[in-house]
Design a protein around this ligand. Structure first.
Ligand code: XMP
Length: 535
């Protein structure tokens, strides 16, 4: 397995995803990880990420010295390359001019190799024969994505230049004897055409790892770990019907069978027919114990008069936990033997995001209640078998566990449900209208073949009234907005360019079929600067 030390770049998570896609397990940790933790992690290679800081500023982050004495290959990317150069005796210079965007790097032949073997001059361990083009001198040229201000101006002893651009003469460096490599550009972004191949050479060839991180192995490993963690104890799982908790349900059912009890809370903020579908799928088809709790009143009463988005999330999160606690108490065989474990579908991006917000390096944009909002007094301990997985891995795992593809590849639905899609105060009347509108939108998206082309699509209820005319009558009713985005990781997203025919059809159906809605808008905001949900 590989270790990624994070210096805070917006692309750090992408590095981890790319390495996992190569079938190799890796974890991303903060750059100041302790020596003991690094030794215990026992990586076969280390990647130092990019970061927003400047190496030449005193007190800026450094890699632990152990990284360079452990005897494993190290790849420094951008800031990671600069700190590597500086820590090993080279020099970095800050420049007010930032290079941002495409660049052409030319692989620099190894002079020593050239003297020995004139036919094979541009073959170093990392770049190998990779090339987008070959220049007039026969050197490989690669199109890469650069984003930096500072640059290495003097190599550390033992290093040589392996690639250059006109404005950045040390665009890549290597000390092949120690297996240390530095790239000033970003191989992890898709704009660097050979980036995946470069990472593959580092991960597979240089670090000598194999592709063992497959859904089958992940499942086997997770099942064994859950069995060891909970033994013969009872486990309670909050099942929402979303991808993550569904995969946890399937996994735990395989691992511990009847020791698992799922609680499905109908909070009155679900999509149309969602409750019945979840019960049919899990309780009837899969034979999993599912308790359905109808708690619409509890949630809506708690939300009455609350219009601040974060306050709404807190109310919803707390009500969920109160219900789980209550169900756990009922399930306990006796007061002396309480249910000890609460399972959750926390996934890796949630863990990274909440860790980042704890260290103060990132802003809390929204508190996602399945990580941050658990009360301190909670009696149950957590079982989180997906904690290390990215969404695409969770989906593949779900399919490997036998869940139907159309459920695993469903658009994500947030924990607070329609609660964050009804702007301001939540009322039953609004939720009922929104459910109908949302069902129409999703039905038409599927019919037009756009459901799978969008990553997430839904309707938002706006508590404003607008005048319309139906037949000869004036209508003064509510407004909704359609939202559809395309994204890979939900960290950034582009609004989907849905065909006008589709938008027209959805709008007509919503206004004609739902008497409480008089107008439909389409949201053309991307993330950033907007977020995917409206609250
Ligand atoms: P935003 O709106 O932050 O959404 O761009 C990114 C992704 O996260 C989902 N989301 C949530 N999921 N609890 C959840 O479980 C929440 O409070 C929450 N808020 C947003 C959102 O649907 C999108 O997929």
């Amino acid at each position: 397995r590989l270790l990624i030390l994070d210096f805070g770049s917006q692309y750090s998570q992408l590095i981890a995803r790319r390495v996992r896609e190569l079938g190799v397990y890796c974890e991303m940790r903060a750059f100041d990880m302790s020596d003991d933790e690094i030794r215990e992690f026992n990586p076969k290679g280390i990647i130092l990420s990019g970061g927003p800081e400047t190496v030449t500023v005193e007190g800026s982050p450094r890699a632990p010295e152990l990284v360079f004495t452990l005897g494993v290959p190290v790849l420094g990317i951008c800031y990671g390359m600069q700190t590597m150069a500086q820590q090993l005796g080279g020099e970095v210079q800050s420049s007010p001019v930032h290079e941002f965007g495409y660049a052409e790097v030319t692989v620099v032949p190894d002079a020593a190799q050239a003297a020995n073997n004139s036919a094979d001059t541009s073959r170093d361990a990392l770049f190998g024969k990779l090339a987008d083009r070959v220049d007039a001198s026969g050197n490989s040229v690669l199109d890469v994505w650069m984003s930096h201000g500072d640059k290495v101006v003097e190599l550390a002893p033992g290093f040589r230049i392996t690639a250059a651009t006109p404005s950045c003469p040390i665009a890549a460096m290597a000390d092949e004897a120690r297996d240390f490599y530095g790239l000033q550009f970003h191989p992890e972004v898709t704009h660097t055409a050979q980036g995946g191949a470069l990472l593959q050479r580092f991960v597979h060839d240089i670090c000598q790892t194999q592709s063992l991180w497959t859904p089958e192995n992940i499942a086997e490993d997770a099942i064994a770990r859950v069995q060891a963690q909970v033994g013969n104890d009872q486990v309670l799982l909050g099942l929402s019907g979303g991808v993550d908790s569904s995969v946890v349900a399937a996994l735990l059912h395989k691992a511990i069978g009847d020791q698992l009890t799922c609680v499905f809370v109908d909070n009155g903020l679900l999509r149309k027919n969602e409750g019945d579908q979840v019960m049919a799928m899990f309780a009837q088809n899969m034979g999993i114990k599912v308790i359905r709790v109808d708690a619409e009143d509890e949630f809506l009463n708690g939300l009455a008069g609350v219009s601040d988005p974060e306050a709404k999330r807190k109310v919803i999160g707390k009500t969920f936990i109160d219900i789980f606690d209550c169900e756990a108490t009922k399930l306990a065989t006796s007061p002396e033997h309480p249910v000890k474990w609460l399972a959750q579908g926390t996934i890796y991006p949630d863990v990274i995001e909440s860790a980042a917000s704890k260290t103060g390096k990132a802003h809390v944009i929204k508190s996602h209640h399945n990580v941050g909002g658990l009360p301190e007094h909670m009696a149950m301990q957590l079982v989180e078998p997906l904690r290390e997985l990215f969404k695409d891995e969770v989906r593949k795992l779900g399919v490997a566990l036998g869940l139907p593809e159309d459920m695993v590849y469903r658009h994500p639905f947030p924990g607070p449900g329609l609660g964050v899609r009804i702007l301001g105060e939540v009322k039953k009347e609004y939720a009922d209208l929104l459910r109908e509108a949302d069902a129409i939108f999703i039905e038409e998206l599927r019919r037009f073949g756009w459901y799978t082309k969008t990553s997430q699509a839904f309707v938002v209820f706006l508590p404003v009234k607008s005048v319309g005319v139906v037949g000869d009558a004036r209508r003064y009713a509510w407004v909704v907005s359609l939202r559809a985005v395309e994204t890979i990781d939900f960290m950034t997203a582009r609004w989907a360019h849905l065909p006008y025919d589709l938008l027209e059809k959805v709008s007509n159906r919503i206004i004609n079929e739902i008497s409480g809605i008089s107008r439909v808008a389409y949201d053309v905001s991307s993330k950033p600067p907007a977020t995917i949900e409206w609250e």
